[in-house]
Design a protein around this ligand. Structure first.
Ligand code: PMV
Length: 347
C-alpha cells in the first residue's frame, strides 16, 4: 500500500500515577511497574498532516502549538522520531505538519509530555495502519503505547483507560515493560468515575526534568528498596480497587507520592519540589479527612501541584471544601476538575 498524502486527528489525555514510575533502564524500560488513572478533561489534541516527499534521507516536519510555529518543541520531536524510526519505516518518506493544542492552560505546571506524546503516537499509528490495513486493533493500541513510551515513559499509560499498568509485575497478567495495559480486574463501584481535582500551586518551569530525575535513581542509596516497594504497592492498590478498600487505597497512594519526593530529596544532587502551599494543602486534606471520614486523598507528580482524589458520591462536599479552604493556596486560585477517562480518541 502507498498513500501520497492525508491527515489524521487524535486526542490523548494526561494520566496520574498511583504507584509512581521513577527510575529507568536503557530504552525507556521502567525500573519498576506503575499504575495510573487515565484522565478525561486534561488532554492534548493533535492533527498530523502527511505528504510524500522526494528524498527519503531524513525527517522533515513543521510544528504548530495553538496555531503558532513552535521551534522549542523541535528537539523533543526530533529525538522521538529518531527513537521510533526503526519501528515506523515510513517516517522518512513523508513531510509531516503537526498541529497540537492542550485543553489545560499553558505552563500550568501540568506535564503535557504524556498526553502530547500519546496523541502523536496515535496519529503515527494511523498512518502505519493506512499502509498496513490488516493489523488488529489490539496490535494498533499496543504498538501506539509502545511508541508513546519512547517519547515519554508515562505517555504509554495515556493510550487507554481507565486504569493502566505499565511494567512487568508478577501479579498482573499481561503486564509488560514495553507498553501499558488496561487493568482487566473488576473494580469496585466506589472507584467508578473517580474524581481528580488538580490544584495549581506553582505554575513555574520544572526544576528538574524527568530525564534528569530518572537518572538520579542510578546509584541512589535507596533505589533497590524503592523498586521492590513499588511491586508490593501495586499489588495493594489493585486489592484496594477490587475490594473498594478506600483506607488501603489512601495509605498506598499518599505514601507513593511522598516516597517519590523522598527519592528526590535523598538523591545527589537533591531537590525539594514541594512548595510551602503544597504542605499546607496536604495538612488541610488530612484534617478534613479526620473530621468528616470522607475518603479523600492527595497525590503528587514531580512538582508542587496537588492532585485531590475522591469518589464521585462525595463531589459536592469536596468541591465546597476545595473552594473554601484549598483554593487560597493555589496560584491565581486556579484548579482543574478531572475524572477517570477512557484514553485516546480519534476525530
Ligand atoms: O514520563 P516521564 O519520563 O516524564 O516520567 C514521569 C514520572 C512521574 O510523573 C513523576 C511519575 C509517573 O509514574 O507518572
Amino acid at each position: 500500500h502507498t498513500a501520497n498524502e492525508g491527515s489524521f486527528k487524535w486526542s490523548a489525555p494526561s494520566n496520574i500515577a498511583l504507584v509512581k514510575y521513577w527510575g529507568k533502564k536503557e530504552n525507556q524500560i521502567p525500573a519498576n511497574p506503575s499504575i495510573s488513572f487515565t484522565l478525561n478533561n486534561c488532554k492534548t489534541i493533535t492533527t498530523l498532516d502527511f505528504q510524500k516527499k522526494d528524498n527519503d534521507t531524513q525527517f522533515s516536519f513543521d510544528l504548530f502549538f495553538e496555531g503558532q510555529p513552535k521551534e522549542s518543541f523541535r528537539p523533543k520531536i526530533e529525538k522521538f522520531f529518531q527513537r521510533i524510526a526503526a519501528y515506523l519505516p515510513f517516517l522518512s518518506d513523508y513531510h509531516f505538519t503537526i498541529h497540537t493544542e492542550n485543553t489545560f492552560p499553558h505552563s500550568s505546571g501540568i506535564a503535557s509530555s504524556a498526553s502530547g506524546m500519546a496523541a502523536l503516537a496515535m496519529n503515527l499509528m494511523s498512518v502505519e495502519r493506512l499502509l498496513n490495513p490488516d493489523m488488529t486493533d489490539d496490535y494498533f493500541y499496543k504498538k501506539a503505547s509502545f511508541l508513546a513510551r519512547l517519547g515519554s515513559g508515562s505517555a504509554c499509560r495515556s493510550v487507554k483507560g481507565s486504569i493502566v499498568v505499565w511494567g512487568e509485575h508478577e501479579q498482573t497478567e499481561h503486564s509488560a515493560d514495553l507498553f501499558g495495559v488496561p487493568l482487566l480486574d473488576a473494580v469496585h463501584p466506589i472507584f467508578e468515575n473517580y474524581q481528580d481535582t488538580i490544584l495549581l500551586v506553582d505554575k513555574g518551569e520544572k526544576q528538574v526534568s524527568s530525564t534528569v530525575g530518572h537518572n538520579l535513581m542510578h546509584g541512589h542509596p535507596y533505589a533497590t528498596q524503592r523498586f521492590a516497594q513499588a511491586h508490593h504497592n501495586l499489588s495493594k492498590v489493585k486489592e484496594a480497587l477490587r475490594n473498594g478498600n478506600t483506607e488501603l487505597f489512601i495509605n498506598v497512594v499518599e505514601s507513593e507520592a511522598l516516597t517519590l519526593h523522598a527519592m528526590m530529596m535523598t538523591s545527589m544532587p537533591y531537590f525539594i519540589l514541594m512548595k510551602p502551599n503544597t504542605l499546607q494543602i496536604i495538612n488541610k486534606i488530612w484534617e478534613f479527612r479526620a473530621a468528616t471520614g470522607i475518603p479523600v486523598c492527595f497525590t503528587l507528580d514531580a512538582g508542587a501541584n496537588v492532585h485531590v482524589l475522591y469518589p464521585e458520591r462525595d463531589s459536592v462536599k469536596i468541591l465546597e471544601f476545595i473552594k473554601n479552604e484549598l483554593v487560597a493556596y493555589c496560584q491565581n486560585s486556579q484548579y482543574l476538575c478531572d475524572i477517570l477517562g477512557k484514553g485516546a480518541v480519534q476525530y
